[in-house]
Design a protein around this ligand. Sequence first.
Ligand code: ATP
Ligand code: MG
Length: 557
Amino acid sequence: MSKPENSAASNFLRSIVQADLESGKHTQIVTRFPPEPNGYLHIGHAKSICLNFGLAEEFGGRCNLRFDDTNPAKEDQEYIDAIKADVTWLGFSWAGEERYASDYFEQLHAWAVMLIEAGKAYVDDLSPEQAREYRGTLTEPGRNSPFRDRSVEENLDLFARMKAGEFPDGARALRAKIDMASPNMNLRDPILYRIRHAHHHQTGNAWCIYPSYDFTHGQSDALEGITHSICTLEFEDHRPLYEWFLDNLPVPTKPRQYEFARLNLNYTITSKRKLKQLVDEKHVSGWDDPRMSTLSGYRRRGYTPSSIRTFCDMIGVNRAGGVVDIGMLEFAIREDLDANAARAMCVLKPLKVTITNYPEGQKENLELPRHPKQDMGVRVLPFAREIYIDASDFEEVPPAGYKRLVPGGEVRLRGSYVIRADEAIKDADGKVIELRCSYDESTLGKNPEGRKVKGVIHWVPAADSVECEVRLYDRLFRSPNPEKSEEGGSFLDNINPESLVTLTGCRAEPSLAQAQAEDRFQFEREGYFCVDLKDSRPGALVFNRTVTLRDSWGGQS
Ligand code: ATP
Ligand code: MG
């Protein structure tokens, strides 16, 4: 991680933390990342992870991972496992074991009883619809519930019976008694507990009442001794409520909340609900589909953890918001892969080339560097009479400026000889199915005397290359603001129908036969690719395109 002084962008929270340490307000900072396990983490969460774990790392503090699991109906162990794996993949480790808000259910319940005893909470029998009506609006104050002035004894009795399972879901709720006329809607007697006869992934069937998120979040932070409770701006209006709880309960510490702007990325959806819809309706192959904005999707796509951390560093942290260009994320991964990915050749649309003057049965092992700048050693590429080039590298009627192979023309095979196209063999439909070429023996590693050969194309030997599948991924949405759709439409209408093009029968150079899941390469002239984590097998390799070599969306974003 970069240090404060050379960070690419500002981060106002870093200054706050630094000041709190310098003034002695805190001797050690404690942050937390608090996901609800109701979906996979996405690129927006990465911003929060890098911020919370990053601050702790930078200032010698600690960061907890806490699952805010108050809504059992939408949560699942699969999400817990995926979230832990993604945070670890990004390169962060949480302090001690992961924590769960549900670990505090007993304590929260005891505190709820305490509020009832203090006359600061009551059991309300209004139905959810009635409660909404009594709540008022932004411009009109709410009205007191007719059940607001129940006695402490009656409230204790009803709350105990709620807990004992005597009432059906929604029949009653426990609410804080604050102020139904408050201009801040969050203070209009917010719900503390709801009845929900639901099995919980952590607590099983122990509870049929569950605390609200608002009643849980701040007190969980207090119980964990969080010094800086960092959250996104939509919780700014909840802060007075969290502080009311901290002031009215015997909490061990009083965390201070700070808000920052969430990450919005163009061409990208970062709503868990919509991501889930993409999965459930099978618009993608799963949460880890390489086109998803989830961390597991980026991982399968070939993004490195460090590229995502660099990106989060580049965008900085502020309260202003705005939309970040996805080009920045693509820039971060391209830079990383340019510097670190081994080079290789893979022919996506093979066209057979027979080099008629190269002796049959002869083979020559050429050595090519794995990387132009880094010392990664060499790879061996056998040159032989039959090779493959890409079908798009030969044109009978070339467009202006075409520098590749044309009838009678010459081109250099990368790391090898200059060849000349002598004859194109066609099938009955006139499609070129093979080229017959001749090579110039004197051109290995140097240009022929007096002739300038401009074009260089990639190739692989026919017999020794490995057949593989290549998946060309592109942005999942074709519109910069995928949330916005024509009237009556949905974000699904903005799906890019060409976001996945699968090519089979591609031919990779022999050194790739040993490639392992998640190995990353620059396929020369084609882009950056990685070995698919899920579907690739030795002998049946699958490569995913991570990103193109250059921004192919020029001007559009
Ligand atoms: P939900 O609607 O399910 O609550 P959420 O996006 O808030 O969705 P959480 O699991 O509650 O998801 O988020 C965990 C943490 O990640 C929160 O602290 C939240 O503020 C932060 N976070 C979520 N989305 C973004 C985003 N786009 N940019 C920055 N931080 C985010
Ligand atoms: Mg949330």
